[in-house]
Write a protein that binds this ligand. Structure first.
Ligand code: AKB
Length: 313
């Protein structure tokens, strides 16, 4: 695989931590270059780790050429809650990282790109229930605006330069290998850590806020699947809707109480409530199912049991 190496940008983050492990297992650790500004949680977690700033285009290009990279998974981003506090920095990171990577593909230095979009592309004017693939997109968060602009860029680079960039509109992700950071859906990960430590949890969203969510293993499978699907079967070149489960903080608390009956959640909504209120309750992912056979495996019950099983280990 000398000329077919993969570069993961943002490998120490929530998705990157899990994705790198899967890519290393499938393609061999020697073929995966993990990169981030921060080191991985565990020392020697990856065979190849480099410190890399995706905004430094010169060094990025040099590294990609030196390592014979053919595919990039671009995961570095500022998520919804953090982005509201750092508008310009988030715009710069979310947009310029994508432009830098798309340019490498336009110049044929790399062959394929994965870039995650988000349910944040939807806004208060989008239908709330079973939100369709093609609908009104008026995001109200700066993060949603960067994701929508990113989707348009992906489609433009595909139509104009035949750049093979593939994307998913990810919901809130729940995994045990790392904490989320800076998102509106982060409560659904944090809450497990509090329950395990026998601490009560104060949720920053109201108890009835329903949001689309997904267990990390499902998300990784979706990413691997869309990246290995034949090019002609990828019909959507903005970003695919994908969906797994939808639940409220109260429903998650109820599930957790099956394992920790004395666990309690207080609800103290903050500025993140407004972001959550602008997002869909549930997502219609028919196109992903038809085009590349997507199907989620983890229900709320199953993901809760997996979280406790793995976190207590
Ligand atoms: C966030 O909460 O910002 C992310 C997302 C849904 O894209 N988890």
């Amino acid at each position: 695989m000398k000329n077919n190496k993969i570069l993961v940008i943002g490998s120490s983050g929530q998705i990157g931590t899990d994705l790198c492990l899967s890519l290393e297992r499938i393609y061999g650790a020697e073929n995966i270059i993990c990169s981030d500004l921060n080191p991985p949680k565990e020392k020697n977690q990856h065979k190849n780790f480099i410190k890399l700033d995706v905004l430094d285009n010169k060094i990025l290009t040099r590294k990609v050429k030196e390592e014979n990279i053919s595919e990039i998974y671009l995961l570095a981003a500022s998520l919804s809650a953090l982005a509201e506090k750092n508008v310009l920095i988030s715009w710069e990171l979310n947009m310029n990282s994508l432009i830098n990577v798309l340019e490498l593909a336009r110049k044929k230095i790399i062959k394929k790109v994965f870039w995650p979009s988000s349910i944040a592309v939807f806004g208060p004017d989008s239908p709330k229930l079973n939100t369709p693939q093609n609908t009104i997109l008026n995001p109200s968060s700066i993060y949603g605006i960067t994701k929508l602009a990113g989707e348009k860029l992906c489609k433009y680079y595909y139509d104009k330069f035949d750049v093979d960039v593939r994307s998913l509109r990810l919901p809130g992700l729940i995994g045990w290998r790392s904490l989320a950071g800076g998102g509106t859906t982060d409560y659904a990960v944090e809450i497990f850590y509090y329950a395990l430590k026998n601490n009560d949890y104060t949720c920053f969203l109201s108890k009835e806020t329903i949001l689309p969510m997904m267990y990390m293993d499902d998300a990784i499978e979706a990413i691997l699947k869309i990246m290995t699907t034949k090019k002609e079967n990828i019909k959507i070149r903005t970003s695919y809707n994908i969906s797994a489960v939808s639940f409220t903080p109260k429903e998650l608390e109820k599930q957790i109480k099956i394992y920790f009956p004395n666990f309690n959640v207080k609800f103290k909504p903050d500025y993140r409530q407004k972001i959550a209120d602008s997002w869909p309750d549930s997502i219609d992912d028919q196109e992903a199912k038809v085009d590349w056979g997507w199907k989620a495996k983890f229900s709320l019950e199953k993901l809760t049991s997996e979280m406790f099983k793995n976190l207590s280990n």
